[in-house]
Unconditional design. Structure first.
Lengths: 207, 223
């Protein structure tokens, strides 16, 4: 059963995958319409008329507005920005290592303790995406990433003010706490890449 | 846990715009950006560490992050199909076509708890029910562990040779070059793969993996 499903998904061509997606979204629509599945009529243009008389626009009904239809230059300019976004994410992640020395000196803690922030970051890296996924699917990629970037960049405002007001304070707690928060939002940002991903993976193919 | 996220995200970031048969170069590009990005930190970081106050680690992050956000704000349009269909439906209604609605407009509960939980559980369900997801994730998690351990190992190794903090940064230049070569090395197999998949979309999915096999072996030998 499992093997059969797997190979079917993996081997599906674009047409099959698209058809499946339509079927899926149609099912969802019908499901939300009190489970009235049998009354839906499909018109050839990819519009389906629902029992309540509303016409649902599907991917087949407007292929020209989808991401697939973007011209090549537009797709690649999007990818180029994604490239830089990814670099920024990984930069945030990897430059933490250069802060470890400062943290140990400033707060008189071990290097291991200083790296706890990075650890929290890596864990949230794995799970933050999960939190973003439904919003990326429903509200779209653009607002979700903007919000995520807003959290990441916005965290610097409290952080830098804390940094300056606590510059001579000997207590590591507020700053470490802040660092952890920062790490969490990094996690959100970086793992946003995943919310992009998992759902697409389920809808389109398994690989 | 990192492999949870690592395995599929670069493969799927392009799924909104490319079909599985034509996405090779886009996928390779995104994957390249993620590994290439990881050496920017060690390249830039030591210079900041040696010459500036530690706050500058945060400031460079903010500058880079702000720049990226502005770039994304202006140059990346929406790609999610349901959102685009909603917009198109709205446009058509305005143009006089009454009674046409996009997928999200027809959903009664856009954020039902069940739907959200289903989305959250799905990746873990796939670990159990889709062996290919599990094994690719394990492979990816393993190579990530290698990369991070490797990055950490640079400092103590080169410290023995008297490298200064700034010279330490330069040791990552070969790594960046290596990533670039690895990326380039994928082009011929991807071209072949693309032509096979365009002719026969049902070609054995394993053909996507063969170059990875050799690359992985050589990468592990290097370490």
């Amino acid at each position: 059963m499992n093997v059969g499903r797997n190979s079917e998904d993996t081997l599906a061509g674009p047409e099959i995958a698209t058809a499946k997606e339509h079927k899926r979204s149609d099912n969802e629509l019908e499901h939300s319409e009190h489970g009235a599945t049998s009354n839906t009529n499909k018109t050839p243009e990819g519009l389906s008329i629902r029992p309540d008389g509303k016409i649902a626009l599907t991917e087949a009904g407007a292929p020209e507005v989808l991401g697939y239809a973007y011209p090549t230059w537009k797709k690649w300019s999007i990818l180029c920005v994604i490239f830089i976004v990814q670099c920024s994410m990984n930069f945030n992640a990897s430059i933490y290592a250069n802060g470890v020395g400062f943290l140990t000196e400033k707060f008189d803690i071990s290097a291991q303790a200083a790296r706890v922030g990075q650890m929290i970051f890596l864990v949230s890296y794995a799970f933050g995406c999960e939190l973003w996924a439904p919003w990326s699917e429903e509200l779209g990629r653009w607002p979700t990433l903007q919000l995520s970037l807003f959290f990441v960049n916005g965290r610097f405002t409290p952080e830098s003010s804390l940094t300056y007001s606590l510059a001579d304070s000997s207590s590591p707690c507020p700053k470490l706490w802040d660092r952890c928060c920062g790490s969490l939002s990094w996690g959100y940002l970086i793992s946003w890449r995943l919310c992009y991903s998992w759902n697409g993976s389920v809808n389109r193919r398994t690989r | 846990m990192e492999w949870v996220s690592e395995s599929s995200n670069p493969l799927m970031a392009v799924a909104d715009m490319w079909s599985p048969q034509t996405q090779q170069f886009a996928v390779a590009f995104v994957v390249f950006s993620s590994v290439f990005g990881s050496v920017i930190g060690p390249l830039v970081g030591p210079f900041i560490e040696a010459n500036l106050k530690w706050e500058w680690i945060c400031w460079t992050q903010l500058i880079f992050g702000g720049f990226v956000q502005i770039l994304h704000f202006f140059f990346v349009p929406e790609t999610r199909s349901t959102v685009l269909l909603d917009r198109e439906a709205k446009r058509r209604r305005k143009a006089g076509e009454s009674n046409i609605y996009g997928p999200s407009e027809l959903k009664e509960h856009r954020f039902s708890r069940q739907e959200i939980i289903k989305t959250w559980i799905r990746p873990f369900e796939m670990f159990v029910r889709e062996p290919i997801v599990l094994f690719c994730s394990l492979l990816s998690g393993f190579s990530d562990a290698l990369i991070f351990t490797f990055l950490e190992a640079f400092t103590p190794v080169y410290a023995q040779w008297g490298f200064t903090t700034e010279e330490m940064a330069l040791t990552f230049v070969p790594l960046a070059i290596g990533y670039f070569i690895a990326w380039a090395s994928y082009m011929p197999p991807l071209l072949r793969q693309r032509s096979i998949l365009l002719k026969d979309p049902n070609a054995a999915p394993e053909l996507r993996l063969w170059w990875l096999l050799y690359r992985k072996a050589s990468c592990d030998n290097d370490l």
